[in-house]
Design a protein around this ligand. Sequence first.
Ligand SMILES: [Zn+2]
Length: 193
Amino acid sequence: MLIDAGYSTDRKRILRQLEGRSVTAHALTHAHPDHNGSSHAVCEALRLPLWCGERDVPAVEGARPEPGRGRLARLLARMPLPAAHPVGRRLSEGDEVAGFEVLDVPGHSPGHVAYWRESDRTLICGDVLFNLSLPTLRPGLREPYASFTADPALNRDSARRLPGLRPDLILFGHGPPLRDGAGFVRFVESLPR
Ligand SMILES: [Zn+2]
C-alpha cells in the first residue's frame, strides 16, 4: 500500500523508492497538491487503484477544492491542480485498508482520513497535525496552517479523537515520525477548547 504521493515533482523519486516492492493499491490521507500530486502518474505507471476518503473524491477526480481562508489559500486556489484520476474505492469510517482501520477525520480537507493499526498502535495521521514548523523546518507538534485548512475548528475536533487511541508511533504528512505517544496526547489535550 502506498499512502500519499507528494507533489507532482516527486513522481520519479516515489517510483524509484517502490522499485522491487509489491504494491497493490494507493490510498490518500487527503486531496491536496502535496499529497496527491503524483497519484495519477504513479497509478498509471504501476496500474494501481486509487482510494481516498469519500468527501475528497471530487477533488481527486479534478474538481477545484473549496478555498480555505486567507491569502495563501486564495493563491493555492489559482495554482494548477494535480492531474485528476478516477477513484476506485471511497473510504469511510471503519473501513479496512492493508490491516489499518480508516478514521474519518475531516477539517484539513473535507474528506481527510487517517489510518490506525491497533496491533502495534501505529497511527498515520496525515495533516490532522503537523510535526514540523514550516518557517524553521524544525520538528514540533502544531495544528496545520489555517490558511491551508478548509475548516480549522472541525480539524481540531478531529484531532481530539486521536489521544483516545493511545498511539505509540505517529506518522505525519509533514515532519518526522513521533514515538512519544504521551507527548502527543499532552499536546492535543492542551489545545484550546
Ligand atoms: Zn500536506
